[in-house]
Ligand binder design. Structure first.
Ligand code: NDP
Length: 790
């Protein structure tokens, strides 16, 4: 080896320490103790707890434990500020957001040092990633504040937003929450995580400096019960939460029936797929970023390596070599790759999971180098020899631990990638762009990175599918979750529906000599109810006008299975779906008189207008099918991000008791237009207009399983649907109690719900319901990042 090569081989890093002094001075200026920031002022510190430096265990400051009274004070301040803040012009709000962005930039080094001290992340990351992205978020949302009314006509802010964030990206998560909320015109009460409150408190000072009106931003520090007090507060209009799936589910249950808006950004177990034609060295550098960025404490960490079998040995050997050159150490050293985990309890949790993996037969590899003692340091870890059911493969480890498995074909890669309850992110490495772009839409994840990883930008939405939560942060879709239509506040309670006789007193009463009981419609076939019972349908005078099957949980199970088998409807071209909906409209129009007579029989009302409205609605959504689509973003990286509008999956619909035909069609049409197979429970009072639809569906080229219809007691069937893990989203028209039940029961798989909460949503209103109201709820946005440049 010549001398230069030898020097390169043996070259050691010298220390490159960043001074902690400016941050320590700032803490000292506050006497190392903090109250809450409420109504533009600091409260006297109450009962406090210590915020520690995880790199050395030393206490940095004392932070107050927020009580329910503190939360109440903060909510009152936010409520009082809402009126004038939301009345400001967009330009005025934009100027405040811009001022915050500028001040974050001005004090960026202080923020970065404080963040690394408090969280343990390498200064390289807080300095070059977290804090610049925070500034970028406020800049970006200054623009949204100004253009809100133009881009979101008819939308108004929720009011007071309660925001709860985790410790892994303390200031960045704050920015992701506060910037869009303020841009939309909301005021906020935010709780940082107990381990990492300090940069949120420094941010409060930035708000003061920016002259932000008092009460617009309130920061209450504390533990989980402070978060609980925010969730439970009756005067909060929307909750935005980032954290674990477990707490996300508890918040879903706690907010059920309250009418509070909700967005959840939860955990993940994201696949990192490497095909045999990938640029292996780049894929390995990407992997370092995917799993060892922020010590692996990243919700979207590429923690499941899926590698094509033909390159597995070579890849793993190179990876181990690269792992051996990673540097673990003082977060304030600028040449460090891996800093400290956030707290001793997190270190223990990660160690326990790795031990469990070993006990289950996995092979654990750690490079052979020393790491500092005394702090929360762990070595980068690779786990191999696992199967899909291993704990380390299914559970989020949230630490510097990578789990590797192999696959043979692209189909197998997709199956393994989707074999998780989560759906936050995925990474694909392949030099074959056709293959990568074929795989990206097949993966159920809110973000897909091709030949890159962990790219983030304020203009590009971020958020999950399945148990990774719902709602997006960033991009236009992220703004959308902080607003609602202005007309919603004027909705009045719906008139109580007349009672539905469940069964004839004498089951042998009624019916003709030849039975004409309408059956269910499941998987494109008419099916008898599993129960073997039927339900009478009465006209307005109490006369028997027909009978339908009395569906039960087995019928629902069959319908959901049929709908899942028809998920390919979402891959049909939008033009194809549009044609089917036009054809449905045409065939319904053709039988106008018959459907009108059926409506009259059941309701006593002339039915022609309702049939016409149903036909018009089908036309409207046939028209939307190929127009409600995505965007291509141009973030400040050499990449495009394609925001693809995708169906959610199997959508369950419980139609309103009124408007027997339009009530179902108005919901079915947007769901189908966007590619969701449906399980529909029609009005239990007047189901015959929908059971008559079977023949129309059959003659309109609707593929089997795309529409499944189960008649029966709406409340009973709604519960089964809400609890069913095969249902991805649910819309429920019914009373307040039923709506609460649906929202609570949806926590099992965190399905997205929309409920009418007993309010009078008039589905005949074309202004409100022929546009994007239900389209937005029938879709989710997946952002696919594709780098460019040679
Ligand atoms: P937690 O869910 O425990 O905590 C998140 C926040 O919620 C903290 O502020 C916490 O307070 C608070 N909290 C705890 N219990 C409750 C409760 N019952 N009601 C209301 N608030 C509560 O998660 P971690 O902080 O431990 O963060 C790690 C998890 O977060 C990981 O699973 C990770 O995947 C996920 N995460 C997801 C992200 C995403 O964008 N999807 C981003 C970052 C993390 P306290 O700190 O005092 O316990």
């Amino acid at each position: 080896m010549n001398k230069i090569a030898q020097i390169f081989e043996t070259l050691e890093y010298g220390p490159a320490p960043e001074s902690a002094q400016p941050a320590l001075d700032w803490l000292k200026a506050h006497d190392g103790i903090f109250g809450h920031f409420i109504n533009g002022a600091w409260t006297k510190p109450g009962k406090t707890f210590s915020s520690d430096n995880p790199a050395n265990g030393q206490s940095l400051a004392q932070v107050s434990e927020g009580t329910a009274e503190d939360v109440d004070k903060a909510v009152k301040a936010a409520r009082a500020a809402f009126k004038s803040w939301s009345a400001l012009s967009g330009y005025e709000r934009a100027k405040y957001l811009y001022a915050i962005a500028r001040l974050v930039q001005k004090h960026s080094r202080l923020f970065a040092v404080l963040e690394s001290l408090d969280n343990g992340k390498p200064i390289r990351e807080s300095r070059d990633i977290d804090i610049p992205l925070v500034a970028r978020h406020f800049y970006h949302h200054a623009g949204w504040a100004q253009h809100r009314d133009r881009e979101f006509p008819g939308q108004v802010p929720y009011g007071v937003c309660g925001q709860i964030i985790p410790w892994n990206f303390p200031l960045l998560m704050l920015a992701w929450k506060i910037a869009p909320a303020l841009a939309a015109g909301n005021t906020v009460v935010l709780k940082p995580a107990e381990f990492t409150s300090l940069t949120a408190l420094l941010f409060a000072e930035i708000c003061e400096k920016a002259g932000l009106p008092k009460g617009v931003v309130n920061i209450v520090t504390g533990f989980g019960d402070t978060g609980q007090a925010i969730v439970a507060h009756p005067d909060i209009d929307k909750i935005a939460f980032t954290g674990s799936t477990e707490v996300g589910k508890a918040i879903r249950a706690a907010t059920a029936g309250t009418g509070k808006g909700l967005s959840l950004e939860l955990g993940g177990k994201s696949p990192y797929i490497v095909f045999e034609d990938a640029d292996i060295d780049s894929a390995i550098e990407g992997l370092v970023d995917a799993i060892w960025f922020n010590q692996g404490q990243v919700c979207c960490a590429g923690s499941r390596l899926l590698i094509q079998e033909s390159i597995e040995d070579r890849f793993i050997a190179k990876l181990k070599k690269r792992m051996a050159s990673l540097r673990v150490g003082d977060p304030l050293d600028k040449a460090i790759d891996i800093g400290a985990l956030v707290a001793p309890v997190q270190v223990e949790r990660v160690r326990d999971l790795v031990k469990k993996g070993a006990a289950e037969g996995a092979q654990v590899y750690e490079p052979d180098f020393d790491i500092p003692g005394g702090g929360c340091f762990l070595k980068p870890t690779l786990i191999t020899n696992v199967s899909p059911s291993h704990t380390v493969v299914t559970e989020e480890i949230f630490g510097p631990v990578l789990v590797a498995m192999s696959f043979r074909t692209p189909e197998e890669a997709v199956a393994l990638a989707n074999n998780t309850r989560y759906g936050l992110a995925a990474t694909i490495w392949s030099e074959n762009i056709n293959l990568a772009l074929d795989i990206a839409p097949k993966i159920k994840a809110g973000v897909v990175w091709i030949n890159g990883t962990n790219n983030f930008d304020a203009a590009v939405g971020f958020g999950g599918y399945k148990e990774s939560g719902f709602g997006r942060e960033g991009g236009k879709e992220g703004m959308g979750v902080y607003m609602k239509p202005a007309w919603e506040k004027d909705l009045k309670p719906a008139a109580a529906a007349k009672a539905v006789p469940a069964k004839p007193v004498n089951p042998l009463d009624g019916g003709d000599s030849i039975d004409q009981t309408a059956k269910m419609y499941i998987g494109g076939k008419q099916a008898r109810p599993d129960s073997g019972y039927s339900r009478p349908v009465h006209g307005p005078g109490g006369n028997l006008v027909g009978e339908v099957g009395d569906g039960n949980r087995k019928d629902i199970r069959n319908a959901v299975e049929a709908a899942r088998a028809a998920l390919g409807w979402g891959n049909a071209s939008a033009h194809n779906r549009s044609q089917v909906l036009y054809f449905l409209a045409e065939n319904l129009q053709y039988r106008r008189a018959e459907f009108a007579a059926r409506i009259r029989e059941q309701t006593g009302e002339k039915g022609e207008a309702e049939v016409d409205a149903a036909v018009e609605r089908l036309f409207a959504f046939a028209g939307w099918a190929d127009k409600y689509d995505g965007a291509v973003h141009n973030p400040p990286l050499r990449a495009i991000a394609a925001a693809m509008v995708e169906p959610i999956g199997v959508l369950a619909i419980v139609a309103p008791p009124t408007r027997p035909l339009l009530g179902s069609v108005a919901l079915l049409a947007p769901a189908l237009a966007m590619g969701n197979p449906v399980v529909l429970v029609p009005s239990d009072k007047a189901p015959l207009s929908v059971t008559d639809l079977y023949q129309v569906l059959e003659t309109s080229d609707v593929p089997s399983g795309v529409v499944n219809i189960v008649t029966g007691d709406s409340a009973v069937l709604a519960r089964t649907l809400a609890e069913h893990d095969g249902v991805d989203a649910m819309w429920y028209f019914g009373d307040a109690a039923g709506s609460t039940m649906v929202e609570k029961a949806s926590t099992g798989n965190l399905k997205q719900t929309w409920t009418s909460r007993g309010l009078n949503y008039d589905l005949a209103d074309t202004g409100r319901f022929e546009g994007d109201y239900f389209l937005r709820r029938a879709t989710q946005v997946k952002n696919v990042w594709v780098p460019y440049g040679a």
